[in-house]
Design a binder for this molecule. Structure first.
Ligand code: SF4
Length: 360
């Protein structure tokens, strides 16, 4: 049959579910969390996949499952071990919440079933609750993430401009529920997210390979990249100075206090503190400069070398959070990914000449 793409067909949930199912049976990528379909593995994967790409998550997921294979094992782990295992994945609140969730489930001795029950647990938002409830418990709940928003916005050629992702996800929840295959909700959610991640990509969607092309308004119009329409986000520029202080086989790090909202218990390169350190930084050139974005902040971090012999006593006396850490122990110390990269790069640079990328 020849399909007339001049006009998309009206939405037909039954046919669309079948088309998506057939496509997913052939196109699904192989990830470890798709092989082992137990609730614990699904929960760990969903937490790790929030804000992190699947290819990055894979080795972390495998190491995590090898260390803590179920909720009981994770519930008895120390907070330090949990944060250390998560180190490098970023957004560390996810690790804290996952640990707390495991303790709650073990204490209750019962697995939550409904979206509402999952939603009540730490770190579980509407999307994660629906994804876990549908995949782990077979609940008929549509999981709407950024990938699903993109597919549905293109399908419907929705022209509204969204202030943020949460607003767009809430809008498309009803349509996602309409399209949901209630006999296989977990598999359907997975397939739709996979479609958004691999075919209906932000730039250059592969409409010719899409099982929903015949129903898609944006594909028929010819400019699917225009959807969804998101309002431009304002950004905030920020500059941070950090210190590189070495003394023999140790480096100076700051332990982030337990009451901190971000990265509590982790070690980082310290910021200058006090007039003496700030004066040295003001008249020095950084040994390394890195650029990164965290949410709406565009951060430039400059690292300055300080002479340990001149400053060590004052530095240590004034800063209870600072500690000398053995270089040989760094692997066992929880350090956020960017800081670990900078430390290794500076150690490498000091061990001998060689080209170094001046931008992080
Ligand atoms: Fe996306 Fe193209 Fe499929 Fe439409 S046809 S959902 S734009 S990949």
């Amino acid at each position: 049959m020849c399909i007339d793409l001049a006009r998309p067909l009206p939405i037909n949930p039954t046919k669309m579910q079948a088309a998506l199912r057939r496509w997913y049976a052939k196109a699904a990528r192989d990830f470890p969390w798709r092989r082992k379909r137990d609730p614990y593995g699904i929960v760990v994967a969903e937490f790790m996949l929030q804000q992190t790409q699947a290819a990055t998550v894979t080795p972390y997921y495998e190491r995590w499952l090898a260390t803590w294979p179920d909720f009981n094992a994770l519930a008895t782990a120390s907070a330090e071990a949990v944060m250390g295992r998560w180190a490098g994945l970023g957004y560390y609140n996810r690790a804290r919440h996952l640990h707390s969730l495991a303790k709650t489930i073990v204490a209750r001795a019962a697995l939550p079933q409904t979206v509402e029950e999952w939603r009540a647990l730490p770190g579980v938002g509407p999307y994660t609750a629906a994804a876990i409830a549908s995949q782990a418990c077979g609940q008929p709940a549509a999981a709407v993430d950024g990938n699903v928003v993109r597919v549905l916005a293109r399908l419907t050629k929705e022209r509204r401009v969204w202030a943020g992702g949460a607003e767009a996800r809430a809008h498309f929840q009803t349509l996602a529920e309409t399209l949901l295959d209630r006999t296989r909700p977990g598999r359907h959610n997975e397939a739709l997210m996979e479609l958004g991640a691999t075919v209906c990509q932000p730039r250059r969607p592969q409409c010719g390979a899409c099982p929903w092309q015949r129903w898609c308004g944006a594909a028929q119009q010819g400019r699917p990249e225009e959807f969804p329409k998101m309002a431009p986000r304002s950004t905030v520029a920020k500059k941070i100075a950090r210190l590189w202080v070495r003394q023999g086989a140790t480096i100076l790090l700051r332990k982030i206090p337990a009451q901190s909202r971000r990265l509590a218990g982790f070690y980082e390169l310290p910021e200058p503190d006090g007039a003496e350190e700030e004066a040295i930084v003001a008249r020095s050139e950084p040994v390394y400069r890195a650029h990164r974005a965290i949410s709406r902040e565009r951060i430039e971090e400059s690292i300055f070398r300080l002479d340990a012999a001149a400053l060590a006593s004052a530095v240590l006396a004034s800063q209870a959070e600072r500690q000398w850490v053995e270089v040989a122990e760094l692997e066992r110390v929880p350090i956020p990914g960017p800081h670990r990269r900078w430390i290794l790069l500076l150690l490498d640079r000091e061990s001998g000449p060689g080209p170094v990328n001046p931008r992080g």
